[in-house]
Design a protein around this ligand. Structure first.
Ligand SMILES: Nc1nc2c(ncn2[C@@H]2O[C@H](COP(=O)(O)OP(=O)(O)OP(=O)(O)O)[C@@H](O)[C@H]2O)c(=O)[nH]1
Length: 376
């Protein structure tokens, strides 16, 4: 009989010919002792890293047979005080590819045998940051890597100290969970890529529709306000035509930065495409949405992008705002804000055609178009 770990076929494969069990892969880790159906495996730290020095690097992970597993440290071969149902543990941490669910399952299993108060996970470069439970004074921290890939840092906290045996126990569980964490990290990165606009780093149309549908359902159910702004830059084509696409791209990025800086962290800013942006504002009525639109418009009008020849390009935008009413769909909310935007565009004080093409010169500055927000 051959068992492959559900999470890490690359890392370990166990061959079981009853009653003996043998690890068939593992370059520098994994000794097994046949013990009926209970396999005891030794987990080796990667060469050069300290097993207990808070920097644990497992070269591969190991899955065991279908009963229960006792993890044994290679350092002194002392048994840890607890056992865990390995299959249930692996099933729990591999049941989802969502990082928060993987860490939720990991900590729930850990908590059954090892009472900790809280935990924290920080992905490399702080890409993702998750917490659970509550903070407490005693902490252990593990910097995880798997096959050379950094997986981030996990911290466990509680009110009393962590014993040596408990630390080894956590190390063993982390070794088992590491491939699941790696898969979830890859998945989260992929989803983030799918949901973001590569030029500006803002959300994209997909993010708007996924997050927007959720917020819309919650707002309708709890009768909370939800508003949406649609922004379209004024005379952006002239910027491209006059100064080239790279300058146009810089303008789009500056708009994205300004949107992030002038809205709440809980708002969603997306670039729909071209020079069109949407800001979705939860817990915001029309009056507050108009104030937000005006704040964005004013902040953008104070921004300049410098061209390679030293000219400064001003940024002007038109904005449409709409707020959710009972029975409305997300598409209807967007259409209403878009209609308002269209009205704003067409009521603006257009500069002469020649100026519209090249921008209006103010000293060494250009300012293009310009308009105010208006609501449906
Ligand atoms: N630099 C750059 N330009 C883009 C990108 N995507 C679309 N565009 C250009 O953005 C311009 C958008 O056109 P419009 O919205 O019609 O132009 P506009 O001059 O802003 O028109 P008004 O909204 O009426 O003021 C087009 O010239 C597109 O080629 C991009 O990723 N980078």
């Amino acid at each position: 009989m051959s068992i492959e770990t559900p999470v890490s076929r690359r890392f370990a494969r166990l061959s079981v010919s009853e009653p003996s069990l043998q690890v068939v892969t593992g370059r520098n880790g994994g000794q097994s002792k046949a013990c009926g159906h209970l396999a005891q495996l030794s987990l080796y730290p990667r060469h050069g890293s300290s097993f207990r020095g808070r920097h644990v690097s497992y070269h591969h992970s190991i899955a065991i047979d279908s009963t229960r597993l006792a993890l044994v440290s290679t350092s002194d071969h002392r048994h840890t005080p607890e056992v865990i149902d390995t299959v249930r543990f692996l099933q729990a941490v591999t049941a989802s590819l969502e990082l928060d669910e993987v860490f939720g399952a990991f900590n729930a299993c850990l908590h059954e045998v090892f009472e900790h108060d809280g935990w924290e996970y920080q992905a490399p470069d702080d890409e993702f940051h998750l917490t659970g439970g509550r903070t407490a004074p005693h902490r252990i921290e593990y910097r995880l890597t798997l096959n050379g890939q950094a997986l981030g840092v996990i911290r466990l906290m509680r009110g009393r100290r962590f014993s040596e045996d408990e630390q080894r126990y956590v190390e063993g569980l982390l070794a088992l969970a590491a491939p699941a964490i790696q898969n979830a990290l890859r998945f989260s990165r992929l989803v983030r890529q799918l949901d973001s606009d590569p030029l500006t780093g803002l959300g994209n149309r997909r993010a708007l529709w996924i997050q927007g549908e959720r917020w819309l359902a919650e707002s309708l159910r709890h009768r909370h306000p939800l508003s949406l702004l649609v922004l379209d830059l004024d005379f952006f084509k002239a910027i491209n035509d006059t100064h080239g696409h790279p300058v146009g791209d810089q303008v789009l990025c500056r708009v994205a930065q300004t949107l992030k800086a002038t809205t709440r962290a809980s708002d969603l800013c997306v670039r729909l495409g071209g020079d069109e942006f949407v800001v979705l504002l939860p817990e915001t009525d029309l009056k507050a949405a108009k104030e937000c639109a005006e704040r964005i418009r004013r902040a953008l009008s104070q921004q300049f992008v410098e061209t390679p020849s030293g000219e400064r390009i001003g940024i002007r935008t038109s904005v449409g705002a709409a707020t959710l009413r009972p029975g409305m769909t997300l598409d209807a909310l967007y259409q209403e804000a878009d209609t308002a935007l269209y009205a704003a565009k067409h009521s603006r004080d257009l500069p002469p055609a020649s100026v519209a093409r090249a921008g209006r010169r103010i000293g060494r500055s250009y300012t293009l178009g310009g308009l105010t927000a208006c609501e449906a």
